[in-house]
Design a protein around this ligand. Structure first.
Ligand SMILES: Cc1cc2nc3c(=O)[nH]c(=O)nc-3n(C[C@H](O)[C@H](O)[C@H](O)COP(=O)(O)O)c2cc1C
Length: 191
């Protein structure tokens, strides 16, 4: 079985049961420039042609880290179904057209934030943050907000996907899929 199909099935089951505001949240891990792993939550945009899509500013720390080392991980903990999914894979930049399409799905304030700020850069105060935002909001007015050049995303081609299902018995079920020489192999792991 293709584990990406299994992922989509589990995700649908979680979405059906979950009452979380952002059920697509997942931990996105990169290899830091100094070699330390670096993780933060992002929201999974979709699974497209077997690849996992995440988006955000490319000139951010994560963007620079992926550019240097495109080996990444995505980790999900789904509370409603009590399941964990761990994905490791190779990230590629999505096209400009795809980035624009994802950008246009964002609400206006989020788009304004993407234009007004450089994610991760230092700012002197919260007041300055508010001022910059309001200034940009006034500039934009009723006009549409174009996708900034530095905004985009990654398409993650999975190499390893592990599914873990919590069991009352504590004998949690772990299934590891690995992609090698054009096919997925499957093994069960001890809990
Ligand atoms: C639930 C949740 C979802 C988030 N989704 C995104 C996202 O899709 N893209 C993004 O760039 N940052 C997202 N963030 C913010 C990131 O966690 C992080 O603060 C930001 O990307 C900067 O990380 P970096 O400095 O390592 O690049 C999200 C945060 C949370 C808590």
């Amino acid at each position: 079985m293709n584990p990406v199909i299994q992922f989509e099935k589990w995700f649908d089951e979680e979405l059906e049961k979950s009452n979380l505001k952002i059920p697509s949240a997942c931990c996105f891990s990169t290899i830091g420039k100094d070699g330390y792993p670096n993780s933060r939550f992002v929201s999974l945009k979709e699974v497209k042609n077997g690849k996992f899509i995440v988006t955000g500013p490319l000139n951010s720390r994560k963007g620079e880290e992926v550019h240097k080392t495109p080996k990444v991980a995505l980790t999900f903990w789904w509370t409603a179904t009590e399941r964990q999914v761990r994905i490791q894979g190779d990230a590629c930049l999505i096209s400009r057209e795809e980035a624009i399409a994802y950008f246009e799905e964002r609400n206006k304030d989020s788009r304004i934030v993407s234009v007004a700020f450089e994610q991760g850069k230092e700012i002197k105060s919260v007041e300055e943050l508010n001022e910059l935002f309001l200034k940009q909001k006034t500039i934009v007015g009723d006009k549409s907000v174009a996708c900034p050049k530095h905004w985009g995303g990654f398409s993650i081609q999975p190499k390893r996907i592990e599914f873990m299902e919590f069991e009352e018995s504590r004998l949690h079920k772990r299934t590891l899929f690995e992609y090698d020489t054009n096919k997925w192999t499957k093994q069960f792991l001890q809990p």
